[in-house]
Design a protein around this ligand. Structure first.
Ligand code: BGC
Length: 754
């Protein structure tokens, strides 16, 4: 029996192993044959990516797209979907173009296509990579049914500056967590097999370092040492590439004085040679064109720089189709370079199965059953519930008691658009339940009071910079009138829930802020409510860490709900009334004020570590060094207690493994989930090492009174870093290992790596 099984599995293995090379060989033969029929112009056409009319995500527009498609000058389009529209476009290719090469169809499906989940920063706050992978597969299923082949996601830019609006699109400040989430998303979108109809290609962006824009100002300059890049900023990109991401998008910023889009070291030496990336590289929106403004050359020069650096596809600039023919003729770009880029695009189309079926995935039937299916809507709610972070809960202000008279006050109580967040793809905000709808739905007949309290955005400058149409209620009532009404309403209630935050487009692309307080008009409302003496819970709906020192000092409870997606209103209500227990933990440090930025937990020690006893140590004279809320922080309605850290051995050998364990107890009286975090500190290194680095985490569910032993394996691999020669090594010596509920934990033990 055993023998038969062995033979059988050997046969299966041979078949499976044989299948892969033969698939690659078939693909190569197919692409060789196709390319042998292509003119130089047609090859260059494959490198051209244009935006269709459904959406606009940049300042320069594509024109005459259909004519260019017919002329064989387009390899792919984006901002375009629906079975009908995509089918028509591929029909046009099949009937009106010489070589009938199907188009790639892409879109920024960032946190859902039609079913919208919490923004990525919210998803990261769940620390639930298994769920994030499920979400990415669900997103792929929905997007592919709607005609899409390709999403410009995941965005894995590590970010330590909450002024940068795009922190909402990423996983936060940590390389380890960022890498784990990046892998989960790539696996979920692509499932290791793009020939499956319900998958889509991922696109890792923005390569690279985009999150380090100086001053948190979007599109800004970056200057960074190789050590910081390799040890801190690059790991999530590398992890995504190694998880099999099929494409990579260049970033807008420069690296070592050269824009990423023209940076050969980045796109070829690092990405292809060191990391072995085999997919294709697309620019960000008009990034080739923008290199002229960066000041590295004229139109021809920047096109030459980009393709020679390793760019395969030009998003919206159209510089490749306009400049490459002459550049090849002049010998400034080798035809072989164009061939290589074209081949990579055709290979992607082949792997997607587009040559076999240009209508891949498109199905009205699938669209009907898969788009916003009950399972996907449930997943959106699960994600929203897990992403919400309880930042403060003095005197158990939360959960609320529905039998009390509660006043819900603020411009976001009845706002639909904000819940969906920025980059909400094809999500329809008009169909979603607001927090107020969710309240009425769940507690019909309850005595909730409401007042708008203030405008969402009153500041004229911000109003000009953001979209005031989509659901932001603006009326002519003066601020004081709104506040007076709110104070009267609060006066009739037992307690107040203030629902404040940012408009949906105050975070995301081109939405940097120089001040990350609650807006003045909202703060004025909060101050007036505080004077009523009623207990207040502050519900924040927003897309970045805010500076909340005043709120922390004055408000009883604070709940960070991010931009929670289409089931967000219901999720907030479930958490507020205790039907669900908050379990999210922040993945970006919340500063006390904007002057502390950049502030992040995994910093280095200075030669003069902070001390209260000496003036001449690292500090500000007007503000503490510590953040308001540290990375990894988040409360629960129950309490978790940690035992000390037990090590299986105090010595770790070069090929060995030890474990670090704690006993975690739910010492409160509600069931809850805790995110247990493992940190390591390398006490002495050949280069300085961070004071703490996240190296593991587990989401653990415990009933009241229940205890569990939580164990992490520690191997030398976990202790590796890039030394000054950029070698990836673990150095013998002493290490501290910490296990706790946030990055502030001092629950530790010591071991030695021999
Ligand atoms: C953004 C990218 C996005 C692209 C296409 C750019 O402005 O930086 O993240 O994928 O537009 O919409």
């Amino acid at each position: 029996m055993k023998k038969t099984l062995l033979i059988l599995s050997a046969i299966i293995c041979i078949a499976a192993c044989a299948d892969k090379p033969s698939h690659e060989t078939e693909m190569n033969k197919f692409v060789d044959n196709l390319m042998s029929q292509m003119t130089l112009e047609e090859k260059i056409g494959q490198l051209n990516l244009l935006s269709m009319w459904f959406d606009v995500t940049g300042p320069r527009m594509s024109k005459d797209v259909e004519q260019k498609v017919k002329d064989g000058l387009v390899g792919g389009v984006f901002n375009f979907w629906t079975p009908n529209a995509v089918r028509k476009l591929q029909d046009m290719i099949l009937t009106q173009t010489r070589l009938k090469i199907p188009l790639l169809v892409g879109y920024d499906v960032i946190h859902g296509h039609r079913t919208i989940y919490p923004i990525p920063l919210g998803l990261a706050s769940t620390w639930d990579t298994e769920m994030i992978e499920r979400i990415a597969s669900a997103v792929a299923d929905e997007a592919s049914a709607d005609g899409l082949h390709w999403t410009f996601s995941p965005m894995v830019d590590l970010a330590r500056d909450p002024r940068w609006g795009r922190v909402s699109e990423g996983a936060g400040e940590d390389p380890y967590l960022g890498a784990e989430i990046a892998k989960a998303m790539v696996r979920g979108y692509e499932q290791g097999d793009l020939s499956k109809q319900n998958t889509i290609m991922s696109c890792v962006k923005h390569f690279a370092l985009y999150g380090a824009a100086e001053g948190g100002r979007d599109y800004n300059t970056i200057d960074m040492s190789r050590l910081r890049m390799y040890n801190e900023y690059l790991p999530p990109y590398e992890a995504a590439v190694k998880a099999g991401a099929s494409s990579v998008m260049t970033s807008f910023n420069e690296i070592d004085g050269l824009p990423a889009t023209g940076n050969q070291w980045l796109l070829t030496d690092l990405l292809r040679r060191q990391w072995g990336f085999g997919g294709f590289v697309v620019t960000d929106w008009t990034a080739i064109y923008e290199m002229e403004d960066h000041g590295v050359g004229d139109k021809a020069k920047v096109t030459e720089l980009s393709i020679n650096a390793g760019v395969d596809m030009d998003m919206v600039s159209e510089y490749m189709i306009e400049e490459l023919p002459a550049l090849v003729k002049a010998g400034r770009v080798k035809e072989a370079t164009v061939d290589a880029a074209c081949r990579r695009i055709l290979e992607a189309k082949y792997r997607l199965g587009l040559f076999a079926d240009p209508y891949r995935g498109i199905s009205e039937e699938r669209a009907k059953t898969q788009i916003k299916s009950p399972e996907k809507l449930a997943l959106s709610k699960e994600a929203a519930l897990k992403s919400i972070v309880l930042l403060k809960n003095e005197g158990q202000t939360l959960p609320l008691d529905a039998s009390k008279k509660i006043a819900f006050i603020g411009p976001l109580v009845k706002n639909q658009r904000t819940l969906l967040g920025n980059w909400a793809a094809a999500g329809d905000w008009k169909q979603i339940m607001t927090l107020w709808d969710a309240l009425e739905n769940k507690y019909a007949g309850a005595k909730f009071l409401y007042a708008q309290g203030c405008h969402l955005v009153e500041d004229k400058y911000i109003r000009r910079m953001t979209d005031q149409q989509n659901g932001n209620v603006i009326d002519d009532r003066p601020a004081q009138q709104l506040i007076d009404e709110a104070v009267r309403t609060a006066g009739q209630a037992d307690m107040v829930v203030a629902v404040l935050g940012e408009a949906y487009d105050m975070s995301g692309e081109a939405a940097s802020r120089s001040n990350i307080n609650l807006l003045d008009n909202q703060k004025n409302l909060l101050k007036a409510l505080k004077k009523t003496g009623k207990p207040i819970a502050l519900v924040l709906i927003n897309g970045r860490p805010l500076t909340l020192q005043w709120e922390h000092d004055n408000i009883d409870a604070i709940l960070e709900t991010w931009l929670p997606g289409m089931r967000g209103g219901e999720a907030i209500v479930d958490i507020l009334f205790g039907d669900a227990n908050p379990s999210g933990k922040i993945t970006m440090t919340f500063p006390r004020n904007v002057g502390q930025i950049p502030i992040y937990y995994n910093h280095k020690s200075t030669g003069r570590p902070f001390s209260n006893d000496s003036k001449f140590t690292t500090k500000y004279i007007d503000m503490e060094n510590t953040p308001l809320y540290p990375f990894g922080y988040g409360l629960s309605y129950t309490q978790f207690t940690y035992s000390g850290v037990q090590l299986s051995d105090s010595t770790l050998t070069a090929n060995g493994s030890i474990t670090a364990s704690v006993t975690l107890t739910n010492s409160g009286n509600r069931a809850g989930e805790e995110i247990v975090q493992l940190y390591v500190r390398d006490l002495v290194g050949s280069i300085t090492r961070p004071v703490k680095e996240l190296k593991g985490f587990q989401r653990v569910e415990l009933k009241p009174g229940e205890s569990k032993q939580i164990t992490f394996a520690i191997t030398p691999e976990l202790l590796k870093f890039y030394n000054s020669d950029l070698q990836w090594i673990a150095e013998p010596g002493e290490f501290l290992v910490f296990v706790g509920g946030d990055s502030n934990t001092d629950n530790k033990a010591k071991f030695t790596l021999r």
